[in-house]
Design a protein. Structure first.
Lengths: 343, 306, 247
């Protein structure tokens, strides 16, 4: 069966009221109850939410516009450090910290994107690795600012304050709800974005940059924008991350961690589906916590699964689901847009 | 000015060893048009296997193991220097076999696969040998320091540099003077033509991958006493390797060697002024060059330009 | 004043000078041909005229404006459109979306993060009308990659026509087509000439001489003659250096 792409899974138009979104939001809202029921812990929900924000934002770049970055962990880390430093140096504030996290990551992403957006392919990928390594290196060496290898410790969890409403995020359940709401907004927003003209243009650029240029799109600017946007999402997630851990470490900026993001996306099926990254993140955590509970070698198995998937079915889990549904006659195959009701 | 000399020697040594890595890398890229992100993992594997060989690790408490350790370290080291690269070559060939399903598809998949392989291999190293820093024992004769002109020089670095020079010429002789080498060179230029001439392309690919990986493993073995032995040394090698072939040009032998020495020197000299940041100079160099559209000193347009 | 003018264009790649001195002048409402042997620089000429490469020297003007060195997307937005000899389509996308992406109404909303694309019937109708012009309306909802070669060629032209350009550059549109398809293409271009100014590169002499009002002959990176087909037939030099038969 020939390979399918993101353009294959039928686009339903921009309405967020789809079955998949419904399932997703349902899962999000019941997680605090379902997780303990299967013997897992609250904190996991926060972690999953954080990585989902990273993954969904990252897939704009990796899957939709087809630019492969292997250094995205850096923006997560920058967001985390920015949040922490804001709390420690400026003010203990939730919104201030998150704004700092997003801004720092966006600026870093924007600078990097300015250097690389005229490229694609392997040069692009290697440049992202180089930049990622530079940021990671700086995080380790700049002891005074980041605490070096020991990390930035003692980051407080500021209270949620909105007008008259105020509550603490100190316990994991509250922080989970906060993260889940942010995640829901991110997911709905991104869903609208990729089904709007912007998303179609991204996919066009992925398929043929030259043609996109010659029909009038400023391809460089759109590539720059997409990278910067995906860095911004990573920064937001980073802010949440440092809140959750109450600290920030360099290791999330390493090539190892950036590679894990790529693996999650591919295994889940980010190359063929909006929801692919979600499946990938969930699978990663299943591997880490369930298989990891049995053996130390869980990461090896996850990596091997990734390698085997690249060899045999790069469309990932989402792709496998699509194939299964087509074979069972459920999903329409081959069309990338619904026909209008009038001919 | 004279104080720079040890740093220049460091840089030269580093550069010559980088040249070995880069040569293996460029051969693979030239023949396969695959960027082998696992090349660094081959480097690491070579070093770790060499270390285990020298220490007799596999045969542990057995009789053979005991006897092994009674051999002079020079002998064990020499054997280690052979075994390390051989094991790396084996890993390289397995990797090539795994890459086969991705040929003909978009270059992304080869890239992802070698990247995944790099992380898998690093994880295997972590699980088999531990995450801590290890060291590769070397014979006393080439260990330690000596004085010259009021400065301290490391004996091992001279040995490593000399060894690298011999190895580079060995590779050159292999490529220029032997029939296998000629086929590899031809394959690096035009793999279709090689197949049309009747050579088995899949055997050629296997050979090239093995040979390239062996070079990386050899570099790893020789470099381990200088750079240290940790699971993630493989990653530290990929960017320099890529930088070197971009600067020196894909598929160019002397381009790779000259560029490698230049890169090594820049790291070595930066080390004189800001030692903690010397590795960073390579990343900055890559960004400067690739960011501004260079095609290298001696290279041609290749499949890299996607 | 001519609609599109190029003066003394020069372009080199490394040590090779591909375009020595190219000048041409395309009048509004005409079909202008470019011919010459392989390696003469025809495609590079196109690339320079349409902004894919900036010339090292020389000037290009369009409707009185200097467009030398402008980027491809800027040139496309000014009403200059092109097709490619090696086809450049959005292969994974359906045919109608290939056209929609080229429509200015869509493009100007291209960064819009909200609007719904396929619910917009006006866009769909416009795209179908364009596809109708090249006879592909019945294939609107199939993937571009699934189309047979001749229809992909037609789609390539449709995408070039979609933005209602003032001038269309066609790079060897008959490449790889059989006799019937070539004839259909000639008919299409005859239809189009009433609405667009066309500049085309062609190897097929008969095709070119039938359709073009004026032809520039390029050899060794220079325009060695520019004239009507009738006059060119009489030029022995041209007959000797050009490829193919001159009927």
């Amino acid at each position: 069966m020939p390979m399918i792409t993101l353009s294959d899974i039928p686009a339903r138009g921009g309405s967020p009221f789809t079955p998949a979104m419904g399932v997703f939001l349902l899962a999000l809202s019941t997680a605090p109850f379902s997780l303990p029921a299967v013997g897992l812990y609250q904190y996991l929900g926060i972690e999953v939410a954080i990585w989902l924000i990273v993954a969904l934002g990252f897939n704009l770049l990796f899957g939709y516009i087809g630019l492969h970055s292997f250094g995205h962990g850096a923006y997560l880390g920058i967001g985390a450090y920015a949040f922490g430093l804001f709390q420690q140096e400026i003010a203990v504030s939730l919104w201030g910290g998150l704004l700092a996290a997003i801004s720092a990551a966006t600026i870093a992403g924007g600078i990097v994107a300015a250097f690389i957006s005229h490229r694609r392919g392997i040069y692009y990928a290697l440049m992202t690795i180089a930049f990622g390594q530079i940021f990671w290196f700086c995080a380790i060496k700049l002891h005074g600012v980041t605490g070096g290898e020991d990390g930035l410790l003692g980051i407080p969890r500021p209270d949620f304050v909105l007008g008259p409403i105020r509550f603490s995020l100190a316990d994991n359940t509250s922080l989970y709800w906060f993260s889940a709401v942010l995640l829901a907004l991110v997911a709905i927003g991104l869903w609208r974005l990729v089904n709007a003209p912007f998303g179609r243009v991204l996919q066009a650029i992925r398929q043929n940059e030259t043609r996109a240029r010659f029909v009038g799109y400023d391809v460089w600017r759109i590539k720059w924008l997409t990278f910067t946007l995906s860095a911004a999402f990573a920064g937001l997630a980073g802010g949440l991350f440092s809140m959750a851990q109450e600290s920030a470490y360099p290791d999330v900026m390493s090539l190892h961690q950036s590679g894990l993001i790529v693996m999650m996306i591919l295994v889940g099926g980010g190359l063929v589906s909006f929801w692919g990254p979600v499946l990938g993140v969930i699978l990663y955590f299943v591997a880490r916590d369930v298989i990891g509970g049995i053996t130390e070698t869980w990461l090896l198995w996850f990596g091997l699964m990734f390698v085997i998937m690249v060899m045999s079915r790069p469309e990932g889990i989402a792709g496998l689901i699509h194939v299964a549904r087509t074979r069972l006659g459920h999903a329409p195959a081959g069309r990338s847009a619904p026909k209008p009701t009038e001919v | 000015m004279f104080e720079l000399v040890p740093h220049i020697i460091n840089g030269l040594t580093l550069g010559l060893l980088f040249a070995l890595i880069a040569l293996g890398f460029t051969l693979i890229v030239g023949v396969m048009e695959v960027i082998n992100l696992a090349h660094g993992a081959m480097f690491a594997l070579g070093a770790y296997f060499a270390m285990t060989t020298i220490g007799g690790g596999w045969f542990g408490g057995t009789e053979f193991g005991q006897w092994w350790l009674t051999l002079p370290i020079g002998t064990r080291y020499a054997i280690g220097v052979i075994v390390g690269p051989l094991m790396a070559a084996g890993a390289g060939m397995i990797l090539e076999l795994c890459l086969r399903p991705t040929y003909g598809k978009a270059p992304l998949y080869g890239l992802l696969l070698t990247f995944g392989a790099a992380l898998v291999i690093e994880e295997i190293i972590r699980l088999s040998w531990g995450t801590g820093e290890q060291s590769l024992p070397v014979p006393q004769a080439i260990n330690g320091a000596f004085f010259m002109g009021g400065l301290i020089f490391s004996k091992y670095k001279f040995f490593a540099a000399g060894f690298a020079i011999i190895a580079i010429f060995g590779v050159w002789a292999f490529l220029e003077k032997t029939p296998y080498g000629a086929i590899i060179k031809a394959g690096a230029h035009d793999s279709e033509m090689v197949r049309a001439l009747g050579y088995d392309l899949s055997k050629l690919r296997l050979l090239v991958f093995g040979f390239g990986a062996a070079l990386a493993g050899l570099a790893g073995t020789v470099m381990a006493p200088i750079w240290g032995l940790r699971p993630h040394i493989g990653i530290d090698v990929i960017i320099p390797a890529f930088l070197i072939i971009v600067v020196g040009g894909v598929g160019s032998f002397w381009g790779a060697v000259i560029a490698a020495v230049l890169v090594g020197l820049s790291v070595g000299i930066t080390g004189a002024y800001a030692p903690a940041w010397s590795m960073l100079s390579m990343y900055l160099l890559l960004i400067a060059i690739v960011g501004f559209r260079a095609r290298g000193l001696l290279g041609r347009k290749s499949a890299l330009e996607n | 004043m001519a609609l599109f003018e190029a003066q003394n264009l020069r372009k080199r790649f490394g040590a090779r000078v591909v375009l020595e001195n190219i000048s041409l002048s395309i009048e509004d409402g005409t079909v202008h041909g470019i011919m010459g042997p392989n390696g003469a620089g025809k495609t590079t000429c196109f690339h320079v005229l349409t902004g894919h490469h900036a010339p090292d020297a020389g000037r290009i003007t369009f409707a009185g404006r200097d467009i030398t060195g402008k980027k491809p997307h800027q040139i496309a937005r000014m009403g200059i459109s092109r097709s490619f000899q090696i086809m450049n389509l959005f292969d994974d996308t359906v045919v109608i979306e290939n056209v929609i992406l080229a429509l200015p109404e869509f493009r100007s909303s291209g960064l819009n993060p909200i609007r719904d694309v396929f619910g917009n019937t006006a866009l769909i109708d416009r795209a179908l009308a364009v596809l109708d012009q090249v006879g592909l309306a019945h294939r609107a909802w199939e993937k571009a990659a699934a189309l047979p070669y001749g229809e992909r060629r037609a789609l390539e032209i449709a995408v070039a026509l979609a933005p209602e350009p003032r001038i269309v550059f066609l790079d060897e549109p008959t490449s790889g087509l059989g006799t019937d398809a070539t004839r259909a293409l000639a008919d299409l271009i005859r239809d189009l000439r009433n609405r667009y100014t066309i500049c085309l590169i062609e190897h097929d002499m008969r095709f070119l001489f039938d359709l073009a009002d004026r032809i520039s002959v390029i050899h060794w990176g220079q325009v060695i003659d520019e004239n009507t087909p009738a006059n060119l037939r009489a030029n022995k030099w041209v007959a000797r250096s050009a490829l193919g038969e001159v009927a």
